[in-house]
Design a protein around this ligand. Structure first.
Ligand code: MLT
Length: 264
């Protein structure tokens, strides 16, 4: 299925029946990173590819986190879903914060995966713009090679070459325009710390114990700030806790969804 937006088109998949959950992937990935979650029963899975990633064509201009959030809202509208649990992995979490800011009423719950509420530091922003120059000059290969060891644990990379290869292939399906738009949008994103105490829906935070990009300390800080939030620390996982340790992650999500008291 596809939705058309001002500067982009979003392709999404819809699988299963039950509680609507929209799974928003991270950078520089695609909805395929959520494939292990399709096994979670009792869920109507909505799986968008952000503009320029996976099956979605390259965007036609600059994008902000608000634009990505509008894309997710357009997917919900297209699927006829009023409220959904919004699950965001890393950049997907930044998008979930933008969505909560503009349309809290569309949220039936929140699952924040290996993400953080803070904006980029000045050094972080500089690194994003250097990465944009790298993509322009050399294409995606240096980005893919640089990201891979940050996404998975050294143990998984050594013992599970198939997981490593799948992760690499997912990143290689990105377009340079999609990667550049995402890097610029992440550099420009606002701080979401002030939003956290206003989040009024059941929230689960999951983080890989070995995540160095958004470490457990970030997750613990968000847990303390969001009223009633729960935290699942996933052993043996780095930045892709849902993908690297899917069984433990899916158990935490199923348990959360079963106990969630829908507020709307
Ligand atoms: C992601 O996984 O989406 C990125 O690592 C997020 C980031 O670079 O801030």
């Amino acid at each position: 299925m596809r939705v058309e937006l001002a500067h982009s088109t979003i392709h999404y998949r819809e699988i299963g029946e039950g509680t609507p959950v929209v799974w928003v992937h991270g950078y520089p990935l695609s909805s395929r990173i959520w494939d292990p979650q399709i096994d979670i029963p009792g869920v109507r899975h909505l799986l968008p590819d952000l503009p320029g990633f996976g099956e979605s064509p390259a965007p036609g201009g600059d994008l902000s986190m608000d634009d990505y959030a509008d894309g997710v809202i357009a997917v919900l509208d297209s699927a006829g879903v009023r409220t959904a649990v919004v699950a965001g992995l890393s950049m997907g979490g930044y998008i979930a914060f933008a969505l909560a800011r503009k349309a809290m009423e569309r949220l039936g719950g929140l699952i924040l995966v290996d993400t953080r509420e803070t904006a980029d530091t000045e050094d972080g922003k500089r690194a994003r713009f250097e990465s944009i120059e790298t993509v322009r000059a050399k294409g995606l290969a240096p980005i893919v090679d640089g990201m891979l060891p940050k996404l998975l644990t050294a143990k998984t990379m050594k013992d599970h070459p198939e997981t490593t290869e799948r992760t690499r292939r997912i990143m290689e399906s990105a377009t340079p325009e999609g990667v550049i738009a995402a890097l610029a949008a992440m550099a420009k994103r606002p701080d979401s710390a002030g939003l956290l105490p206003t989040i009024e829906v059941p929230t689960l935070i999951a983080v890989g114990k070995e995540d160095s990009l958004t470490p457990p300390a970030d997750a613990e800080r968000m847990r303390a700030a969001i009223p009633g939030a729960e935290l699942a620390v996933i052993d043996g996982a780095a930045h892709l806790s849902n993908f690297e340790k899917a069984d433990a992650f899916n158990e935490a999500v199923s348990d959360f969804l079963e106990r969630r008291q829908p507020t709307r």
